[in-house]
Design a protein around this ligand. Structure first.
Ligand code: GUN
Ligand code: FE
Length: 404
């Protein structure tokens, strides 16, 4: 089975590998050996003790192996399943009102600025660099209604080497794909939703939107779409719930709605920082997982104030513990489960797990090389330390290698 890539090994790493699999939330491979081919895909993963056999089989020199330090490990890059690139400039401010008021007061006026391409270039460059530095190798972005600025976001992500889904609809680059993006039901007519569903279906595109983030929003949708069974039904009847759909929040979904998610293969982006910051609700992740609905984590900048996926991991655990405080019988999420949600779970939620999410042979090598002994100490590896070395499709992208 080795013949076709035998000449194609570009890098081999030896050391500790930590990742999630479909069966195990966290699998730790000590003294592992991982080969990346010239296309950035994982060619093999095995034991360091087999280095002689593997080097013969794959045709690399044993001395060309990069040995990780004692305090280092590789983990998969993290997947932000929901982030508004256009809201990055005011993350950490303006979280003093409920969602619908906040959108009118802050979000819509700022997003109008993206008709100015230089304004867009400045913010979009910052958000891509910041999220990459924080270990986000895949991001599912909301842009704005402006086509030119959205195209620019796709180009910037691709140039810095970040894998991205970008909506408004954009051209595709090697690392970037378009995602059909109705903002949410209250800002769309049924006709518009119908057309977007058709575009997505005809072109086999990803879809993203918001759903049931706040109770006020759910009531508003009931008023605006009185002939539908539920908020979920509004999207479903316009062909917007597919196995390539990711819906942000879903704090107030009913069992029946979750069933519809399960049946269609649509997923949920859990955005705990945003849900608490805007007092939107506390998503019961355990309940979603029990319904066998796919779920990833999102930062939801600027509803969430942090662009870091490590923060999303912590907030997910906090919300789960808050639910446990309310009900001591609650089956709290473990940190292992949340690690999986931030990596493989996110890739599954975005239907990208054929290519990303963990260290399986044949997937792209999207990875973080973390040094727990780095300046800043072992706690805030990503936010305050020197940060991980970040690889997307086998190529080092942070510290930055700006592509032509
Ligand atoms: N619902 C519709 N638009 C938005 C947005 O920009 N942020 C959040 N958090 N929810 C939304
Ligand atoms: Fe959002």
């Amino acid at each position: 089975s080795s013949n076709e890539s035998a000449a194609g090994i570009a890098h081999v790493y030896r050391g500790t590998f930590v990742h999630a699999t479909y069966h195990t939330a966290v699998e730790i491979l000590e003294d592992g050996l991982l080969g990346v081919d010239t296309e950035g895909k994982i060619a093999f993963i095995g034991s360091g003790k087999e280095v002689d056999r593997l080097s013969q089989k794959w045709g690399f020199e044993a001395f060309a192996v990069t040995q990780l330090g004692q305090h280092e490990f590789f983990m998969p890059g993290m997947v932000d399943t929901h982030i508004h690139a256009s809201q990055y400039s005011y993350a950490g401010t303006a979280l003093d009102m409920p969602l619908l008021q906040w959108l009118n007061m802050y979000t819509f006026p700022v997003e109008a600025c993206y008709k100015d391409l230089e304004f867009a270039r400045n913010v979009y460059t910052h958000v891509v660099k910041r999220t990459l530095r924080n270990g986000t190798t895949t991001a599912c972005y909301f842009a704005t209604i402006h086509t030119d600025a959205s195209l620019l976001l796709g180009q910037i992500a691709n140039d810095f080497g970040q894998r991205a889904l970008v909506g408004k609809v954009i051209n595709s680059y090697p690392l970037v794909r378009p995602v059909v993006t109705p903002r949410f039901a209250p800002s769309c007519s049924a006709t518009l939703l119908g057309h977007l569903g058709e575009i997505a279906q005809n072109n086999d595109l990803h879809i993203q939107s918001h759903i049931s983030e706040t109770k006020e929003e759910v009531s508003l949708v009931k008023e605006l779409f009185p002939d539908y069974d539920s908020y979920t039904d509004v999207y479903h009847r316009h062909n917007l719930l597919t196995d390539k759909t990711v819906m942000a929040h879903g704090c107030h979904l009913t069992d029946g709605e979750l069933k519809l998610f399960r049946e269609t293969g649509a997923s949920i982006a859990h955005c705990p920082n945003s849900n608490i910051s805007l007092c939107s609700g506390m998503l019961d992740v355990r309940r979603v997982l029990n319904h066998k609905v796919k779920l990833g984590l999102g930062t939801d900048v600027a509803g969430g104030y942090s662009p870091s996926m490590l923060d999303a991991v912590r907030r997910t655990l906090d919300t789960s513990k808050a639910l446990t405080i309310q009900d001591t019988q609650y089956h709290t999420l473990t940190f292992e489960e949340v690690f999986r949600l931030a990596t493989l779970g996110g890739s599954q939620a975005l239907s990208l797990d054929e290519n990303t999410g963990n260290f399986e042979v044949g997937k792209d090598f999207d990875a973080l090389r973390v040094n727990t002994d780095a300046a800043g100490g072992p706690i805030d590896l990503i936010n305050h330390g020197e940060g991980p070395k970040v690889y997307v499709a086998g190529k080092r992208v942070v510290p930055f290698v700006e592509r032509p």
